[in-house]
Ligand binder design. Structure first.
Ligand SMILES: [Zn+2]
Length: 211
């Protein structure tokens, strides 16, 4: 099914099932459940058996497409509503919680996959807060600015100018694998702004993971 069609299709199912659960026609929760389960089955396709057995982050990583994940959240919300109408309150609470998890996962950072409790938060916003602390030169932030910058750049490679990722990779390799002392390491990088400091080596930078 095409991506842009998925959410419209789900909205139609939601409207139909809500009428079955809330009226004004005759209310029939038992009729609603197979419709919801079939819609979930169609949405998940070959993953229909696997996804319900996985925790939300693993399932979302497998589904990948934010619209599909959000679609699943909508259908699970609907299922929670049908379970409530059928007085199956414990199951309804469990399904509603899973729906909320998928809703958050649909708004995960597209580069590193981080999940936030509110759409108001993002990796970029948190990084800016951390940078302000770095630049205040207060400890424990000031002396770790180079490490923070390298980690964030490698986790969010899309906007980084040419060369930044190679230098970040080199710095973290020197720090973690070779055990260089951080202050000396970053001083060395500052002295050789346009080239790799003589004698410093690192394995090739691996490609970013697919999120
Ligand atoms: Zn991120």
């Amino acid at each position: 099914m095409q991506r842009d069609v998925v959410l419209r299709w789900i909205e139609q199912i939601v409207a139909t099932v809500r009428r079955m659960l809330l009226g004004p026609d005759a209310v029939d929760p038992a009729m609603a459940m197979p419709i919801i389960d079939e819609a979930i089955h169609q949405l998940l396709g070959p993953l229909a058996l696997l996804v319900p057995r996985l925790d939300v982050p693993s399932a979302a990583a497998l589904l990948r497409d934010p619209e599909r994940i959000l679609g699943l959240a909508r259908l699970l919300d609907l299922k929670a509503m049908a379970l409530t109408a059928d007085s199956r309150h414990d199951e309804a609470a469990e399904v509603a919680q899973r729906a909320r998890g998928f809703e958050l996962a649909a708004n995960a950072c597209p580069q590193c996959g981080a999940i936030y409790d509110s759409p108001a938060h993002s990796c970029a916003e948190r990084f800016q807060t951390l940078l302000a602390l770095d630049h205040s030169r207060q400890e424990p932030w000031g002396s770790r600015h180079g490490i923070v910058f390298c980690c964030y750049s490698l986790q969010h490679p899309k906007e980084q100018p040419d060369g930044v990722l190679d230098r970040a990779w080199l710095a973290l390799h020197r720090l973690v694998v070779e055990g260089d002392e951080p202050a000396r390491l970053f001083e060395g990088l500052r002295k050789h702004r346009d080239a790799r400091p003589p004698g410093w080596s690192a394995p090739p930078l691996p490609p970013p993971p697919a999120i």
